[in-house]
Design a protein around this ligand. Structure first.
Ligand SMILES: [Zn+2]
Length: 434
């Protein structure tokens, strides 16, 4: 959907060499949309490739010919388009939430309008992604520039949601550790599969977490504090849901994930896993917050463009991941987050104009990738990956933490260019359509 922002105002005290090279917005949006489609279709494409190479080895279609497969595959493709559009609408709503939540405004009531000319935005201009592209990123009546961030968020949401629809729901939970994939009820290449109800719940639980992390990450990017009551409400709901449905946690509390467990033990498999994971996530997040803010001290946006912004809500972000995944999944996500940090630092070393990003926002792709390959990480990287029954799984996060701590000061410019503290960025703001 469309959001209108005030015209960019250059900060007078901003050093010239610090100004980020603005990419052409339209090309950026198209590139992100293309990437979202690739991410969305990655898993069914891989499945189809396996089927094409060795039909006999494929778990769903060994007895079907190509002609027999065409109608269900066509139906599944139409369904996938619907899912993609649905998730772009969710992304549009999240844009509204990111804008209105820090202001204390209702995220449900009130239509969108241009903040300069006050014209209500028409429904067809409000369509996710395409509305922005048709308008060429400007208000229809007064030509006020519209932030490219909004279609980008919508496209990313659509890509992630559709990928999880294939990867978690239709695959029968092939990404979940310690849980037999439910191939009989689902299948990436099947039309209207019938996933089991607990898998449907798991998928919704995980998608909800990703949406909340995206909202928190974008609010952190805008350098606004998270509203406390909203955070407490979200964490309480996330803790209580597995107490009602303990099967929302694929891994038990104990180190030995293979030990037998009963699915209906709400206290041990529900509440205990949530609380232990949440506390572990909060501690990890606070530790990362203290460490990185110390390394980045003295330069509000990093040392004149260092690729990491000081964190503000890392603790609650990782607490939510810990509640949803359990402590093992949270540690696995931290490993991927630190890898993302290192990649960000390396890219920045090569490309000075690479945009700074808050760690809270990097947490979103790290959590998404962890969720997509959770089972594969636990099984193929044992005993080094969290979820293995030994303490060796604590080594990778410790080593990566050390690497990030060493890499960050190492790439700092020789002459420190101190920058004034940065206030909320006006270029990210604007009223949002409902
Ligand atoms: Zn306008």
């Amino acid at each position: 959907m469309i959001d209108v922002e005030p015209e960019p105002v250059a900060r007078p005290d901003e050093p010239e060499h610090c100004a980020e090279q603005a990419l052409p917005s339209r090309a950026t949006v198209w590139a992100v949309v293309l990437a979202a489609v690739v991410v969305a279709l990655w898993f069914p494409a891989a499945d189809a490739a396996v089927w094409a190479v060795s039909p006999a080895a494929h778990r769903f279609t060994s007895s079907d010919s190509l002609v027999e497969m065409l109608p269900p595959v066509g139906g599944a493709a139409i369904l996938a388009v619907w899912v993609f559009v649905f998730w772009s609408l969710i992304g549009s709503f999240l844009n509204v939430v990111v804008y209105r939540l820090p202001l204390g405004e209702s995220v449900v009531h009130g239509g969108s309008h241009c903040p300069r000319c006050d014209t209500p935005i028409k429904w067809h201009d409000n369509l996710p992604v395409v509305g922005w592209l048709f308008l060429n990123g400007r208000c229809r009546s007064c030509q006020l520039p519209i932030a490219a961030r909004y279609p980008v968020v919508e496209a990313i949401c659509a890509g992630f949601g559709t990928a999880l629809y294939f990867r978690e729901l239709l695959s029968g939970g092939a990404n979940l550790p310690q849980r037999a994939p439910d191939f009989l009820h689902g299948g990436v290449l099947m039309l209207f599969p019938n996933p089991s109800s607990d898998l449907l719940g798991l998928s919704l639980y995980h998608c909800g977490m990703l949406c909340i992390l995206l909202v928190w990450g974008l609010i952190a990017w805008d350098r606004h504090p998270l509203p406390g009551r909203h955070v407490v409400a979200v964490l309480l709901v996330a803790i209580l849901l597995p107490s009602l449905f303990p099967s929302l946690h694929p891994l038990p509390l104990s180190l030995d994930a293979s030990e037998s467990r009963t699915a209906d033990d709400w206290l041990v498999n529900g509440l205990a896993v949530s609380v232990a994971g949440g506390l572990a996530g909060l501690c990890c997040g606070q530790f990362l917050h203290l460490l990185l803010n110390r390394l980045l001290r003295g330069d509000a946006a990093g040392r004149c463009g260092l690729p990491l912004l000081p964190t503000s809500s890392m603790g609650v972000g990782l607490a939510l991941v810990g509640i949803v995944f359990g402590w093992q999944g949270m540690l696995g996500t931290v490993i991927l987050l630190l890898v993302a940090c290192l990649v960000q630092i390396l890219i920045w070393s090569a490309v000075m104009a690479w945009p700074s990003m808050p760690l809270e926002l990097l947490l979103v792709p790290a959590t998404f990738i962890h969720l997509c390959v959770w089972r594969q990480l636990v099984t193929s990287l044992a005993p080094w990956w969290p979820g293995s029954p030994t303490l060796a799984c604590l080594a990778p996060p410790a080593v990566l933490l050390l690497l990030v701590s060493l890499a960050l000061p190492a790439i700092a410019p020789a002459v420190g260019q101190s920058q004034p503290p940065i206030d909320a960025d006006p270029n990210h703001r604007g009223d949002q359509p409902a």
